[in-house]
Design a protein around this ligand. Sequence first.
Ligand SMILES: *Cc1c(COP(=O)(O)O)cnc(C)c1O
Length: 382
Amino acid sequence: MNPSPFENPVFVTAPLLPDLDQFKHSMESIWESGWLTNRGEQHQKLQAELQSVLKVKDLSLFCNGTMALLMACRALAVSGEVITTPFTFPATPHCISWAGARPVFCDINADDLTIDPDKLEALITPKTSAILGVHVFGNPCKVSKIEEIAKRHRLKVIYDAAHVFGVEVNGRGIGEFGDISMFSFHATKVFHTAEGGCLTFNDPSLKESIELMKNFGISSEECVEIMGLNGKMNEMQAALGLEVLKLVEEEIAVRRRLFEIYQEELKELDGVSILSPVPNIRANYGYCVILVDEDQAGLSRDTLHHELKNLNVMTRKYFYPLCCDYPHYRSEYSDSELPIARKIAGQVLCLPLHGRLRTEDVYRICNMMKTICREASSSGVH
Ligand SMILES: *Cc1c(COP(=O)(O)O)cnc(C)c1O
C-alpha cells in the first residue's frame, strides 16, 4: 500500500522561536535606551553568556557567520594557498578567495566526512599559509592530527564551526581548537540570532585586530588604523539570541530523541546508513544525515529525494555539488580527484530534524522510506 503524503510540507529544519512577549519585552528596553547597535547592552550580555556556554577564552560577535569567517582569514593574514574541504557550504571556500588566497581542496574521511589529515600533508606547498577545516554536521575534525601537521609546517588553523554550536570534545568546547573558529547563528542553525555569528580564539593579541576589522578599522575618533569592514552584530539580533539561548538545551534534547528514532528505525534498511556522532563528544543533533549506497539499496539518493518530495517530505542534498565543482573553482579539479568526497556527495541526504517535529512524524517518514526502498528493490529499477 502506498503511504499517503503529509498534508503540509515537512521541512528539513525550522528556526527555534522564543516566546513573542518575552522578545517584545527585550525590544522595549532597546527602544528605551535608543541604542540599536555598536556594542550595546544586549550585545555585551550575549557575548558574556556565549563565552561561558561555548567554554571559550574569548569571543567576538558578528552580523553573520560568513563575514566572521572572512575576517578570521584576514586577521590571520592568510595568503597564497589555504587547504580546505570541498564538502562544505559555499561560504567556506569563498571566504578564502575574498581574503585573497586560493582554496586547495583536500579529500574527506568516509567515516565522519571531515577533512582527511592523512591526505592533507601532501597538498602543502611553500605557498600554503593555513588549513581551514569544517566540523561538518556536528562531527569535529580530527583536531589533534591537524594541530600536529600545522605545527610542523607553521600553518595557521581556522575552523568553520557553523554546525557545532555546543559541541564538546572530551569536555572541551569545540571553539577552543585551532587559532580561530567561526560559529554561524543563521536561522537554520541549532542556536541562532536570525542572522549572526561569532569568532572564538585563545590568543589575546587577536582580539584587537578582530575588533578593529569589524568596525571599519576605526581605533579612535581621529584614527582609522586598518582597512576594516562592517561586521557588527546589532542589538535586535543580540536580544533575539539571548531569548533563543534559553531554549537551546531543550531543543537539543528533543532533537536527540528524534534522531534516535531515525537511528533505530533505519537500521534495517539495506544500503542506507545514518551518520552518527563520533565517540567522546557532546553532540548537538543539528542534522540527521544519511548515505544511500545505490548498489545495496536498489535506489539512488536522487530517487529517494524525489520520492520523499512526492510525499511532502523535503530532504536536502547537503553538500552536493562539491565546492570544487562550482564554476569559480572547477577549472582546477578533475573528476578523478577527491574520490571520497565525490562518492559521498552522490549519496548524502539530510532528513528533517528539528524540535517542532513530532515523534509520530519521524516514524511516518521512516515508514515512507522503508516502503520506497522495498518497492525499489522488488522492482529492480534504480
Ligand atoms: C551556515 C554556514 C555558513 C555561513 O554562515 P552564515 O551565518 O549564513 O553566513 C558557513 N559555513 C557552513 C558550513 C555553514 O553551514
